[in-house]
Design a protein around this ligand. Structure first.
Ligand code: FAD
Length: 303
């Protein structure tokens, strides 16, 4: 088995790690069995070295950001979870009269970027306020809300792929609905935000959070929207039309507040969530002939 070699390498690179770590604590829906190792690289250099090592040895690994768009199997993952949340840094690299430019590492939380903006007087990313995501995860998913997406703020993206670091300019062709099309590990990005008065940023943040609180089960255990919105409709409205709001399997339930959210009432299993997803897909297809495509990412399980 690869554990011995890996542990030795991790110690050599001074990367903290945990053994048989339950993944439920690291996902917003609080579901997921253990992984063999969870590693916490704090520096880009050691992250790249350990990735090269794992690729060379054929050790399976998975990238974890804020865990807010993930459904992980109850059996867990027989490999290494790279927890990127320790890889964080936010740095102002330039400004002009109206704008401010930042270089940010992938593991930085979106809420930390908003917090820095409130202190230093820049904004434009408040539409993502309240989402427990990292910058890397938000880029990978092209996170968006209220008509805005993170792609509109990203200028450059730093990626690690096939043993090479690439810094690419953000162009429209790289993005689609809830997707960054380039593969590889997002190490960080440069963002362009607007200079704004602290009071204005706080006001906008409050308005967005209020809207979210009204529309979504913001303070419950979920992974955000379950399905992508089909081209001409809303997944939530379609599921609601099938009378599935409040439908429960095991301890997982289709939210009463928003039918495109599944809530873990406590102790729900990944299999309960998958059954609910399947049911919603089947009912919507039967009634409307529309195939709902999952927005959530899976680890160790699938629909
Ligand atoms: C209450 C709530 C509200 C939400 N509201 C919204 C919303 O309004 N809009 C929206 O778009 N989303 C929303 N989400 C979903 C979620 O926050 C976003 O999809 C977010 O972008 C996921 O980021 P993360 O860091 O948590 O990624 P994770 O869930 O950790 O990972 C998501 C995927 O990205 C990959 N990944 C993570 N980091 C990297 C990296 N650095 N490089 C390469 N791949 C990586 C993972 O392997 C995984 O496949 C919501 C979630 C919750 C719980």
């Amino acid at each position: 088995m690869w554990f011995k070699d890996l542990d030795k390498k991790l110690k050599e690179l001074k990367i903290n790690f945990k053994t048989d770590e339950p993944l439920s604590s690291y996902t917003s829906i609080k579901i997921g069995g253990p992984c063999k190792r969870m590693i916490f690289p704090e520096r880009e250099e050691s992250l790249l070295k350990i990735i090269d090592f794992m690729e060379e040895k054929g050790i399976p690994f998975f990238l974890l950001g804020g865990g807010s768009k993930l459904l992980i199997s109850d059996r867990g993952f027989e490999g290494v979870v790279i927890n990127l949340c320790s890889l964080k840094k936010r740095e102002i690299i330039g400004e002009n009269e109206k704008k401010i430019f930042l270089k940010i590492l992938a593991g930085t939380r979106i809420n930390e970027i908003i917090g820095l903006g409130i202190k230093k007087g820049f904004g434009g990313i408040e539409f993502l306020g309240g989402i427990p995501a990292t910058l890397g995860g938000a880029i990978k998913m092209n996170a968006g809300a209220f008509g805005y997406t993170i792609s509109q703020l990203v200028k450059k993206i730093k990626i690690y792929k096939n043993g090479e670091i690439k810094i690419i300019d953000s162009t429209d062709s790289l993005w689609e609905y809830r997707k960054f099309k380039e593969s590889g590990i997002v190490l960080g990005a440069e963002l362009e935000l607007k200079k704004m008065k602290t009071e204005e940023i706080k006001k906008r943040l409050k308005e967005y959070l209020e809207k979210r609180r009204k529309m979504q089960p913001l303070f419950e255990k979920t992974f955000g929207s379950v399905f992508k919105n089909p081209a001409s409709s809303y997944a939530g409205a379609l599921i609601e039309s099938c009378n599935l709001k409040g439908y429960q399997i095991g301890n997982a339930k289709i939210s009463e507040k928003h039918a495109n959210f599944i809530v873990n009432l406590g102790g729900a299993k990944a299999t309960d969530v998958l059954k609910l997803m399947k049911l919603a897909q089947e009912r919507v297809f039967k009634k409307f002939g529309i195939i709902l495509e999952p927005e959530v990412n899976f680890l160790g399980c699938q629909l």
